[in-house]
Design a protein around this ligand. Structure first.
Ligand code: F6R
Ligand code: MG
Ligand code: MG
Length: 364
């Protein structure tokens, strides 16, 4: 059976500030999804949140980029925005950049990760969702999962993974894409992947079967809007087990809280802390950035689960390390590399300050 898994997310209002989501907003989303399921449009759904981002996880048989599914997500975000407005939540509707829906939510503010696949005998899926960071945050974890034998031993000792994986990398500024083949092209690939604000991994494919292994949202809100409108807070879907990395190989990269861009005012580097859904409430300096992961078995399109994968003491040390890194970075205050370089900052007073001081700058 061909199933499509669509994860579409947006920040439609934060509670309190940008720290978390209000239960009434989530309830509204569930009602809307439930109606679509009863009408037969969706096979199944799960509504959750990561920090202030509302996450719609949907299964259906209508393929990727389907207008009806995207409209359902868009209308759900609009209905939730109404709730957010009534409660005067912060930034109600902040990610909905357009007034009129034009057939696809891509480029309109929400983040999208979709994959269509033939459901396997057992279809294990892990969905990662992040808050207070940008698309590109998945580059390092995806590299480790699918190309690093120190992370994924299956690349070495499992015959169905030994040929490696292909990475589709998007130049999010130049609007181009390229496919790299791991392992033989990893040095070329890392030249680009190592610059996640410019190059983001969109998808990963199994090299022998060509099957989709992972897909992420690469929408860059600031590039779409041309101004600061909040962080991308991206999502990523990964297939697991069999010819794909095992669950533990997929989670392993997050034991290292990598430094990502985002955090306060989308303008800082900070550690990506793996947490349970209930702990995805970034509060210290509006952070540090969070990642949650939900695991499902898919059975005839039904989402069996979720299991909250980071709700596990084996990630306590990663959280501890993230807090230590957060403290270390915070002590830099307004200095780089805690603060992003001027050209990467989402919020900047630079043009106004420069204009004011222009006359006082003299040649050396
Ligand atoms: C970062 C984020 C927050 C806000 C900050 C100011 O992604 O969402 O750090 O940038 O709280 O928010 P506003 O400008 O909405 O008052
Ligand atoms: Mg927000
Ligand atoms: Mg957010």
């Amino acid at each position: 059976m061909q199933v499509t898994l669509s994860v579409i997310k947006a920040d439609v209002g934060g509670f309190v500030g940008h720290s978390s989501s209000h239960p009434e907003v989530l309830d509204k989303a569930r009602k809307s999804m439930d109606k679509a399921k009863k009408q037969g449009m969706l096979i199944d759904y799960h509504v959750t949140r990561c920090g202030d981002d509302l996450q719609l996880i949907m299964t259906h048989e209508m393929g990727e980029n389907n207008g009806a599914i995207h409209k359902l997500a868009w209308d759900t975000f609009l209905e939730c925005t109404e709730v957010a407005k009534r409660l005067k939540l912060h930034g109600a509707g902040q990610d909905l950049l357009s007034d009129a829906f034009s057939g696809n939510v891509k480029g309109m503010g929400p983040g999208v990760a979709e994959m269509q696949f033939e459901e396997r005998e057992a279809e294990t899926i892990i969905i990662f969702m992040a808050d207070k960071t940008s698309s590109g945050a998945w580059n390092l974890p995806l590299y480790k999962m699918f190309a690093d034998p120190f992370n994924t031993i299956g690349l070495v000792i499992a015959s169905n993974m030994h040929k490696g994986f292909s990475f589709e990398v998007h130049d999010v500024k130049g609007h181009k894409k390229i496919v790299f083949h791991a392992p033989e092209e990893i040095y070329d690939m890392l030249v680009f992947m190592g610059a996640p604000s410019h190059y983001a991994v969109k998808a990963v494919y199994h090299r022998e079967t060509g099957e989709i292994a992972a897909v992420s949202s690469t929408e860059r809100l600031s590039l779409i809007a041309g101004r600061y409108v909040g962080k991308d807070d991206p999502v990523c879907v990964v297939r697991s087990q069999g010819q794909f990395p095992a669950v533990g190989e997929i989670l392993e990269p997050f034991t290292m809280p990598t430094l990502v861009e985002g955090w306060m005012r989308g303008s800082h580097h900070g550690p990506l802390m793996p947490v349970a859904v209930e702990q995805s409430n970034p509060s210290r300096f509006d952070g540090p950035p969070r990642v949650i992961s939900l695991g499902f078995q898919i059975a005839n399109g039904m989402l069996v689960g979720p299991r909250d994968m980071f709700d596990d003491p084996s990630f306590d040390d990663a959280r501890h390390l993230a807090n230590q890194a957060a403290e270390y970075m915070r002590r830099h205050g307004p200095f780089e590399p805690h603060r992003l370089p001027l050209e990467e900052m989402e919020y900047t007073t630079m043009p106004q300050v420069m204009k004011k001081l222009e006359v006082r700058f003299t040649d050396l």
